[in-house]
Ligand binder design. Structure first.
Ligand code: SIN
Length: 531
């Protein structure tokens, strides 16, 4: 198959990029490993941060982002993304996203940690789902876009991989191998542009707010192809996931604290004041560390979140999803405290890109959580991620249009079919589950909110062993989705730990007891297979 553009992933970044590219006249394929709406976007509760009220201004949004990012954001990138916000919000409204409004018709603006103003546009507490549904409808109506569900992207094809005399540092995309999981065969997509919009990596940890698709596939593919990846040590732990003994972690949006909810420890004492003057609305790294410290100090399995000062009618209208979920779990949030714990939530690093979503390989672009644009720095400001996704996908649609036009004089090389004909069915499927369990526990126990060099080294040792075992296994047995995910998760976990070990300081989300101070010169961490 041949397309101008292959988009991997069907969340907000992938869909909005596909739509804008199709409107520029390109033939676009969207490949997605499960159903089209199985995305991280669908789970985003809080909303999208943008300056839309006259009580707010770009400088405040920029300042809040820089403070949360703890010295590692690129200010020019922050300013460019923040100032594009209002235009992107208009586009979303044109694509029929119906943000919650006040009685006078203006958008109702929520507040979250680290924001000095109310600026979060939202659709009650299911903003991501509302955006996903609206964009999917537009995509489904567009004849230039073909969606391939149950198609799992396995590996990128570059000119250097094909032996086309291309040096690794000026490599170029030629296509992508994609596993059709329903028909058990690998298909070859030829394409000048591949956009990675694969979302996050939360599943490398035992406890996460992310859905099961968040297995770091985009970062793993990009790294294997020789692209640069950056700042992977900055894993954001959301402070408030609903605690359960089964391991499931349902997100309790930060917008609940934005409406006045208070964190209390096992003795029911409000504790955030001890840790930060912004109390419960301090940036997430600070709140998650404070919770971790209170749980350790009092030996408790969780802390409490208290919104009982609001009545049931307000809570049902503002947070219908959270209210209903808690009721099903026997918690009436207008009367009862919610048991909450931190859980892995967002990857602030990713495949290194510029403001057009271009990576270090020509024709390879990345957008959304999979990318590192230097907006988030060492800690993402809440609800900046949906904003980043729409701004970057807009920039990328113009940049890829240019790229496709300028590269048209060169023929796309032939891409040989994937070879796995002789491989056997796996005889030890249980091994995959054991390896996955070991990986996720190792990451949770040794690469969490508070780190040490010794624990990171212990984790790396185990993960490198798993990586070797999985690579041998991968090439000896027939492909299956669990195996592809395990291979990707293990590689991404190894990259996270290597990045964490390379950072000899504590900054933002990377906190290590061995280097508690910040270095004077903030620096991105960068990893590349070819260097
Ligand atoms: C939340 O609603 O707290 C999550 C939103 C985000 O991660 O930005």
């Amino acid at each position: 198959m041949e397309f101008d553009i292959v988009v991997v992933g069907s969340g907000i970044a992938g869909l909005s990029f596909a739509l804008k590219s199709a409107r520029l006249g390109h033939k676009v394929a969207i490949v997605t490993k499960k159903e089209r709406s199985d995305t991280n976007t669908n789970h985003a509760q809080g909303g999208i941060a943008s300056v839309t009220s006259c009580a707010d201004d770009f400088d405040s949004h920029v300042r809040d982002t820089l403070i949360a990012g703890d010295g590692l954001c690129n200010e020019a990138v922050v300013r460019a993304i923040v100032s594009s916000g209002p235009k992107q919000i208009k586009d979303l409204i044109q694509n029929v996203v119906e943000f919650t409004r006040l009685e006078d018709g203006t958008p109702a603006l929520g507040r979250e940690g680290g924001h000095s103003k109310r600026r979060i546009l939202h659709v009650k507490d299911y903003t991501g789902r509302a955006i996903e549904e609206a964009l999917l409808k537009c995509v489904e109506r567009n004849d230039s876009i073909k969606i391939f569900e149950h198609h799992f992207a396995i590996d990128l094809v570059t000119r250097s991989k094909l032996g086309k005399g291309c040096a690794p540092d000026c490599d170029e995309i030629a296509g992508i191998y994609v596993f059709d999981t329903r028909n058990n065969r690998v298909e070859t997509f030829k394409s000048r542009v591949v956009m990675l919009a694969t979302g996050g990596t939360g599943c490398v940890y035992l406890y996460t707010t992310n859905p099961t698709i968040a297995t770091g596939d985009g970062i793993a593919m990009a790294y294997r192809a020789g692209a640069k990846v950056s700042n992977l040590e900055f894993i954001q732990f959301h402070p408030t996931a609903l605690y359960s003994t089964t391991g499931e972690r349902f997100l309790i949006s930060e917008a609940v604290r934005g409406e006045g909810a208070i964190l209390r420890n096992a003795k029911a004492e409000a504790f955030m004041e001890k840790y930060d003057p912004r109390k419960d609305l301090a940036p997430r790294d600070i709140v998650a560390r404070a919770i971790d410290s209170e749980m350790k100090r009092l030996g408790s399995a969780h802390v409490w979140l208290d919104i009982t000062h609001k009545d049931a009618s307000f809570l049902k209208a503002r947070f219908p999803q959270i209210y209903e979920h808690c009721i099903q779990r026997g918690i009436d949030i207008s009367k009862d405290y919610m048991p909450v714990v931190p859980a892995a939530h967002y990857m602030c690093g990713g495949v290194k890109t510029d403001l057009n979503a271009a990576t270090s390989i020509r024709g390879l672009y990345a957008c959304g959580e999979v990318a590192c644009t230097e907006l988030h720095g060492a800690n993402r400001l809440a609800s900046n991620s949906l904003l980043e996704a729409v701004v970057l996908s807009d920039n990328a649609s113009a940049a890829t249009d240019e790229y496709i036009k300028s590269s048209k004089q060169n023929d796309l090389p032939d891409v040989p079919a994937w070879k796995d004909g002789d491989f056997r069915d796996s005889d030890e499927r249980v091994v995959l589950q054991h390896n996955l369990g070991e990986l996720r526990r190792t990451m949770w126990n040794y690469v969490g909110i508070v780190r040490t060099t010794k624990r990171l080294e212990r984790a790396l040792n185990r993960i490198e062993n798993l990586l070797k075992e999985i690579e041998d296994y991968y090439w000896n047995f027939k492909l299956e989705p669990d195996l592809i995910e395990l291979r990707n998760e293990t590689l991404v976990a190894a990259l996270i730990v290597r990045s964490a070990l390379s950072r000899k300081e504590s900054r933002g989300l990377h906190y290590t007891l061995d280097y508690p101070q910040k270095l004077p010169e903030p620096k991105d961490s960068v990893l590349c297979k070819n260097s």
